[in-house]
Design a protein around this ligand. Sequence first.
Ligand code: ATP
Length: 363
Amino acid sequence: MSSIRLENLVKRFGSFTALRSMNLEIANGEFLALLGPSGCGKSTTMNMIAGMEQPTEGRILFDRRDMAGVPMGRRGVGFVFQNYAIFTHMTVRRNLDYGLRMTGRPAAEIRRRTDAIAELLDLTALLDRPSAGLSVNILQRIAIGRSAVMEPAIFLLDEPLSNVDAAFRAVMRTELKALQRRFGQTMVYVTHDQLEAMTMADRIAVMDHGELLQVGSPLEVYNAPANTFVARFIGSPGMNLLTGRLVETDRGLAVDLGEPGISPPLPAPLAAAARAHPRREVIYGFRPEQVHLTDEGSALRLPLFLAERIGARTIVHLGSTEDTVRAVFQGNPALPEGVLSFAPDQAGVRLFDAEDGAAIRTS
Ligand code: ATP
């Protein structure tokens, strides 16, 4: 096991800055997901941890040891890419034990470790099969196993599930988590899929445009997003964000959401934080799944655009010309024709500054 520390890490490609001063501590045995949209700098960060790219500025430390000048092969990292590279002329067993054979371990140990990893990844029945002709799903499983069998102190996975099908991805999420628990490695997992990050990681580092925006447990980033980008990126669908203006009403501080003339009141702690905030222009945020149907005076009333009934829940798209707001209800509730009257659960309301998108936090 090994901890990882990124200190003021910067990566520039010519005049383009791919990573701006990243600071991050990953604990021994932690499963950290680097999450963000395409091009935000996830792979660049990962490649520098692996030793495939050199930082322009800053330091990378494993267990307080500076990795500057330490080649990839000496870093004790295992790396699995989106595009596996399996030797198709070899059997599954030969692919899995390839690295162990290179290190010249005793045959009995190689066999024991390979059998264990095959068992964990459901590859036992295929061990003596040639790899050629196996499905993409199985090949990626072999690629993961081949790296895991080396029991690296640090395991780096860069979008390992993006080429496999949806059903298999769900299975692999569970298996990867089990694998990491079993070996207790420090795992860094690059993904643009918030569901993968939310279901597997101990902590998620959310990135955008070369910047680290927030680091926290899945529920921390879900419940208390640092800004509007994180609020929208986490969750499926993401948080509803409506621009508005803080106004004093006889019901206390509220947010005037403009055209429909709706001014939902704010819960007391958030109202106190908003009063202390220097700007009146805000973004009113609430999760689609944290709403309830109501006719109360402060309810939001929006035209029902589309209802997706998917069994366990119903996703309602609301708005007059486009679906600007979404609401998610458990099960299959009866919904009115035309206009839906609902209110966000007070405890789930969040406010952000309209200019820079930063969360207005309660103390
Ligand atoms: P993706 O999921 O699409 O790989 P990412 O978040 O992993 O996205 P990176 O691959 O780290 O993003 O790339 C970050 C930015 O740096 C991108 O704009 C990319 O075009 C740029 N970049 C990456 N490698 C190089 C390079 N060798 N030379 C120039 N620009 C690069």
